[in-house]
Design a binder for this molecule. Structure first.
Ligand SMILES: Nc1ncnc2c1ncn2[C@@H]1O[C@H](COP(=O)(O)OP(=O)(O)OP(=O)(O)O)[C@@H](O)[C@H]1O
Ligand SMILES: [Mg+2]
Length: 308
């Protein structure tokens, strides 16, 4: 795909920071060369991730040792996502997928690099602004049972998420909004006063998806959203997400360790290995003619896993 930004915009320098992003703001403000056009004047990808790093420093060598070990969970990731696109992020356990998604959501701040969503550089925002922008990112997790509050009805769960964006919405207007969201994900609105344990696994994941849609996010990150579901239910949820992309123009990062699942749902696939993106391209291309040796290994492991 052709992205004018690659030609027009001089990329930001990767940042090396001490501790939790100290001086990130001032460093980023000076990282565009003099005379470069402001980002808002350029046609950018909807989400631009540039040289993103998240390193964890851990003590190693026992309690009495002062030795430190650096885990490079995300190690120089650059990715672009277009509006309305589903990007599949695939890689083995521990390669850094969830750390990348938590960094995107600003739940943890990057060690270096930049994240630009819809023309806004999130790395330049203050902590309180970051908290507000978190509404633009919503997550769908692997286990809907664990991610839903068992003491809250479906109505309370979804209404709470709606009110994050529409603070003053209440009464019949709120109830109508919750009903609409339930219908959007294929749930019967007459069941809104029920609790999560009264639903099946697939229905619970639908509730979690409705809750993610409720604050009208710009990006949904689904971290292994079908891995905990029965195979027959998996395809229903995948088809629902595809329908939402078609009907609502949903932009999504879909994370999975299963290249087959990602190939089914994603427009493009990014393959992650040891904190780095080793291959990215159209889903069909990556799945049918992978270029990187690790992608080939990942592909070869699919039949073995399925026949095990
Ligand atoms: N808070 C943390 N402190 C130290 N190390 C961490 C922390 N969070 C993640 N890591 C390490 O970062 C690496 C990447 O972890 P991450 O959870 O992102 O992997 P993943 O690709 O999501 O794996 P999985 O498929 O099993 O969910 C792992 O080595 C993990 O141990
Ligand atoms: Mg993970």
């Amino acid at each position: 795909m052709f992205y004018p930004i690659q030609i027009l915009c001089v990329p930001l320098r990767p940042l090396r920071l001490c501790g939790e992003n100290r001086n990130l703001d001032s460093t980023l403000r000076t990282s565009l060369p003099i005379g470069a056009a402001p980002a808002s004047f350029l046609r950018m990808a909807y989400l631009e991730i540039r040289n993103l790093e998240k390193h964890f420093v851990k003590a190693s060598g026992g309690m009495l040792s002062s030795k430190k070990e650096t885990i490079k969970a995300v190690d120089g990731v650059s990715l672009e996502i277009q509006k309305g696109e589903i990007l599949g992020l695939v890689g083995e356990s521990g390669c850094g997928k969830s750390t990348l998604s938590r960094t995107l959501m600003q739940l943890i701040r990057p060690t270096a690099g930049s994240i630009v969503l819809d023309g806004e550089n999130l790395s330049l925002l203050s902590h309180s602004e970051v908290r507000r922008r978190r509404l633009d990112f919503q997550m769908v997790f692997q286990d809907p049972y664990a991610s839903l509050n068992p003491r809250m009805t479906v109505f309370s769960t979804i209404a709470e998420a709606v009110r994050q964006r529409h603070l003053k919405m209440k009464g019949t207007e709120l109830e109508k909004k919750v009903s609409e969201l339930m219908a959007t994900v294929g749930l019967d609105a007459s069941q809104m006063k029920r609790y999560p344990h009264e639903f099946s696994g697939g229905q619970r994941q639908r509730i979690a998806i409705a809750r993610a849609l409720a604050p009208e996010p710009k990006l949904i990150i689904a971290d292994e959203p079908v891995s905990a579901l029965d195979v027959s239910i998996q395809s229903q949820i995948l088809n629902l997400l595809k329908d939402l992309q078609r009907n609502l123009g949903l932009t999504m990062v879909f994370i999975s360790h299963d290249l087959g699942v990602v190939h089914y749902i994603a427009d493009r696939i990014a393959v992650m290995y040891q904190g780095k993106i080793v291959e990215v391209g159209p889903a069909g291309e990556v799945f049918h003619s992978p270029k990187d040796a690790y992608t080939k290994r990942l592909l070869a492991s699919i039949p073995k896993l399925r026949s095990a």
